[in-house]
Design a protein around this ligand. Structure first.
Ligand SMILES: Cc1cc2nc3c(=O)[nH]c(=O)nc-3n(C[C@H](O)[C@H](O)[C@H](O)COP(=O)(O)O)c2cc1C
Length: 199
């Protein structure tokens, strides 16, 4: 069914979740991967993929090293934009909004769900800083594994973020590239207002 404000969920975050699920059913390898754009204090943008690890009425959650470029960007400029693309369905969704840090409790709860190997790798890596060789990283991982034979503690600089959406846009391919675009903007009272955009 072609998309329209009447065929999409009135809550665009629920609709986004439905599209992620649709992409998974359509065979997408990582239906929850999205490009995350941030900008530094001069306005210079940077973009990279991250994984959506939570989606509810509050927004989109992802996890990373807080000393990374994206972590430093949002510490001084707490705004972000996200784009999903699901080629099998010829759909795109975009989200933009403000960024909040997740609590230590929430970061820890997610950290505990991660495989031990991922925990050790994240603990060994000051993401984005230069290192002389891969060997140095592997030595660090081995040292951490020996130091923490049981639980691997949550690294102090690692944690989650919440994108609090202000704009969510759904794009779906149509014939002759006369595509459908439905954009939702959050009004002052928190309600979502949809409108159709030209493709
Ligand atoms: C599909 C995919 C998913 C990724 N997911 C994450 C993620 O959830 N968190 C993360 O820190 N990096 C993730 N990465 C790595 C980031 O793209 C990026 O290389 C890293 O976070 C450093 O980015 P920065 O230097 O701009 O902060 C992912 C990469 C790919 C290709």
């Amino acid at each position: 069914m072609p998309i329209d404000a009447s065929t999409l969920d009135p809550d665009p975050l629920r609709q986004l979740g439905a599209w992620v699920d649709d992409a998974g059913r359509a065979g997408a390898v990582l239906p929850n991967a999205f490009a995350l754009a941030t900008a530094d204090d001069t306005g210079a943008p940077s973009v990279r993929f991250v994984l959506l690890r939570g989606l509810d009425a509050e927004g989109l959650r992802y996890f990373t090293y807080r000393g990374s470029r994206k972590g430093r960007d949002v510490a001084i400029n707490p705004w972000a934009s996200a784009a999903f693309w699901w080629p099998a369905l010829d759909r795109q969704a975009r989200v933009s909004g403000s960024i909040r840090l997740l609590s230590d409790e929430e970061s820890l709860a997610y950290w505990r769900t991660r495989p031990r190997g991922s925990q050790l790798s994240a603990s060994a890596s000051a993401q984005g800083q230069e290192i002389g060789s891969r060997h140095e990283l592997e030595v660090r991982v081995a040292e951490l594994a020996a130091r923490h034979p049981g639980v691997v503690p949550l690294p102090p600089m690692w944690g989650g973020y919440l994108i609090v959406p202000r704009i969510v846009e759904f794009w779906e391919s149509r014939s002759d590239r006369l595509h459908d675009r439905i954009e939702y903007r959050r009004g002052g009272d928190g309600t979502w207002l949809p409108r159709r955009l030209q493709p």
